[in-house]
Design a protein around this ligand. Structure first.
Ligand SMILES: O=C(O)CCC(=O)C(=O)O
Length: 287
């Protein structure tokens, strides 16, 4: 059924949008995700929510209202997620923004916040969690609902990708299994951005279905809980790596999280090697 969906970008990414991404570390791209894909992905998200995977995390504590659900590497178990990262306009978008000849898929991460969910996504930078080095590394945050600050759209500290900092990864929830791993990384503690928001230039966009956000792996970002009483916030982050990205074998990344890695093939990449293999397929150019 995904075969009849559009693969081409509805429009080219403009030089101004690329310049904003490079300068600010994040940008909004309006009207780049066709509605047909959103519908397919809404159905795919429902499948996952009804049948949570082994790597999934319920970030909302039991007994509290709302639901903050996180899951990883969905493309490995659901054909719609695989089609979305491979055959939707998203790889072309990533290649254009990063000016990359080739792309490999790194992983996908589903983050759903149902109405009345209090739990925020803490301020963090992605790169400190990841076994990757390079500049051509991008996240596309694709919401399948309208999203705004009230419902927990992702917001960014403008220009923070240029601070030259790699901060200690934040843990999304106490029992997620990550805290012990990240404490060992020996990185600089994150500043308390939430408590001092006035000191930072925060980028925040209202999103309509069809819009996506893009961000650099060093850009600090956050999302509030979903304070809407009715509006869901279903977001999927797609991570792509381009020509200059290589495997970084440093310890204390998410690879050491047994829950995430349990059902994935073993990674045999050496430090400094380009991404390849079954777990990190080439998705651009399309064969
Ligand atoms: O969806 C969220 O709440 C956070 C997303 C995020 O942290 C990311 O895409 O890297």
């Amino acid at each position: 059924m995904t075969q009849s969906l559009p693969t081409d970008l509805p429009r080219a990414i403009t030089p101004e949008e690329i310049a904003a991404y490079e300068r600010d570390g994040a940008a909004v791209l309006r009207g780049v995700l066709p509605m047909a894909w959103i519908e397919v992905m809404r159905a795919a998200v429902e499948r996952v929510l009804k049948n949570p995977g082994e790597a999934s995390v319920e970030y909302t504590p039991k007994g509290k209202q709302g639901r903050y659900y996180g899951d990883f590497f969905l493309w490995r178990r659901d054909p719609a997620f695989k089609a979305f990262m491979q055959a939707s306009p998203m790889p072309e978008l990533a290649a254009q923004v990063m000016k990359s000849r080739q792309l490999h898929f790194f992983y996908d991460q589903l983050l759903v916040k149902e109405p009345n969910t209090a739990e925020p996504t803490p301020w963090h930078q992605d790169l400190s969690y990841w076994p990757v080095r390079g500049e051509q590394i991008i996240s596309i945050w694709a919401p399948f609902d309208a999203a705004n600050e009230q419902s927990g759209v992702v917001v960014y500290v403008k220009g923070s990708h240029k601070w030259g900092k790699l901060y200690t990864p934040a843990t999304f929830a106490d029992k997620s299994g990550f805290a012990e791993i990240y404490a060992k990384a020996g990185l600089e503690p994150l500043p308390d951005i939430e408590a001092q928001r006035h000191k930072y230039d925060i980028l925040c966009w209202d999103m309509a279905p069809g819009d996506v956000l893009i961000h650099h792996p060093l850009t600090l970002h956050y999302a509030s809980g979903n304070r809407s009483a009715t509006g869901r916030r279903r977001g999927l982050a797609l991570r792509y790596v381009g020509d200059d990205a290589v495997f970084d074998a440093r310890p204390w990344t998410f690879l050491e999280n047994k829950k995430v890695m349990a059902n994935l093939p073993a990674i045999t990449l050496e430090d400094g090697e380009a991404f390849s293999g079954e777990l990190f397929p080439r998705v651009w150019p399309r064969d």
